[in-house]
Design a binder for this molecule. Structure first.
Ligand SMILES: C[S@@+](CC[C@H](N)C(=O)[O-])C[C@H]1O[C@@H](n2cnc3c(N)ncnc32)[C@H](O)[C@@H]1O
Length: 345
């Protein structure tokens, strides 16, 4: 149920009926949780903008809720009960972190954001989680007769801008990345370094080791591993990620343009994988397992997909030996996890 908190008594409206489960919105709070706060954004709430679904909870309560979700998914889908994990805050106040925003345009040419699980546009005049540079643009004050969407980006270097085929600079792991404004990059300004530090902490790479960065994007983890003296091969399907990595990392990393499913993967001491929300899937998990690396770091933006893949890794003889989770998307239900796997001997 959206818009409620654990322990609350609410009046709920059922929004979707499925065999075995329902979806619902809390539309009236009868007994409020002590963790409930007034959502600062007027567009947050049932039947409004679908972006921030946790603004009604205090920041610690949001993280406690996400912690419970991660643990529950690992137990239910991963067969991993009692995993010790607590969602950690990033250095922020929970607002103004979103460096990439896609505004949708409604039939009256007004910009806005989409309702939850819908294509209906909610026109807005401000988004509080958007980066301050994005909030300063006049995108939301204008009308957009010729557009379906307007993408905006606040890169690490230079001003926030509307995306229109340009290249931008981002900084992480002590280096500059030169990428198309439409290429994948972590959305929270602190996420890239936080996740890369965690991957290095988990893998403890040694100079001279071989490493694979699968679903590499612009080469974030490849760069971090190369800086530790590893010989890194990165695999990425999207051309703009491949171009960004080649431009940014030069000869430091071998960049393969391919889907991970189709790529011929060389054996490696270390593997980091960071698949899209659907996860890697059983076939890719078995492909990675067959490489017999010393350690695997799995970076995941969907705990359910992570849990399913961890189950497959478990069937292949891999043990989850560490996991951390980060609040890379405050005010929303999203959470990022990094898991460490080693082979059971
Ligand atoms: C979550 S992003 C991670 C990117 C990078 N690791 C980072 O943190 O910046 C996932 C990346 O996987 C790529 N991708 C999606 N499906 C893929 C596939 N089947 N094979 C290879 N890359 C894929 C996407 O283009 C995207 O760059």
């Amino acid at each position: 149920m959206r818009h409620a908190l654990p322990g609350e008594a609410v009046v709920a409206e059922i929004t979707e009926l499925h065999k075995g489960y329902l979806r619902a919105d809390a539309i009236e709070i009868l007994t409020a949780s002590p963790d409930r706060v007034a959502a600062p954004c007027p567009y947050s709430g049932p039947n409004l903008c679908g972006g921030c679904d946790l603004q009604h909870a205090s920041a610690p309560a949001q993280r406690a809720w996400k912690t419970a979700v991660v643990r529950e998914q690992l137990a239910r889908l991963g067969g991993l009960p009692d995993v010790e994990v607590t969602v950690e805050a990033l250095p922020d106040d929970g607002f103004g972190w979103r460096t990439r925003v896609r505004y949708h345009i409604d039939a009256l040419n007004r910009p806005g954001l989409l309702k939850h699980r819908s294509n209906e546009v909610v026109p807005i005049d401000r988004c509080l989680i958007a980066h301050p540079g994005i909030q300063e643009l006049d995108v939301l004050q204008r009308r957009w007769p010729d557009a379906d969407v307007v993408d905006v980006v606040a890169p690490a270097e230079g001003k926030a801008q509307i995306v229109a085929g340009q290249r931008i600079s981002e900084f992480a792991v002590g280096r500059r990345f030169d990428l198309a404004a439409t290429a994948f990059w972590q959305v929270h300004p602190a996420a890239a370094d936080t996740l890369a530090e965690c991957v290095l902490q988990f893998l403890a790479p040694k100079s001279g080791e071989t490493a694979l960065d699968l679903y590499g994007g612009a080469g974030l983890f490849a760069a971090a591993l190369a800086a530790q003296g590893c010989q890194v091969t990165m695999v990425e399907a999207a051309g703009e990620g491949v171009k960004a990595a080649r431009r940014s990392l030069g000869d430091a990393v071998q960049v393969v343009e391919s889907s991970v499913e189709r790529a011929k993967l060389p054996s490696a001491d270390l593997v980091v994988l960071d698949p899209p929300r659907t996860g890697a899937g059983a076939r890719v998990v078995r492909k990675i397992s067959a490489l017999a690396p010393r350690a695997i770091a799995y970076v995941a933006c969907d705990p359910a997909a992570l849990a399913r893949d961890l189950k497959t890794f478990g069937e292949e003889g891999w043990e989850l030996t560490n996991i951390r989770a980060f609040d890379c998307f405050p005010q929303t239900h999203h959470v990022e996890c990094v898991a460490l796997l080693v082979k059971i001997v």
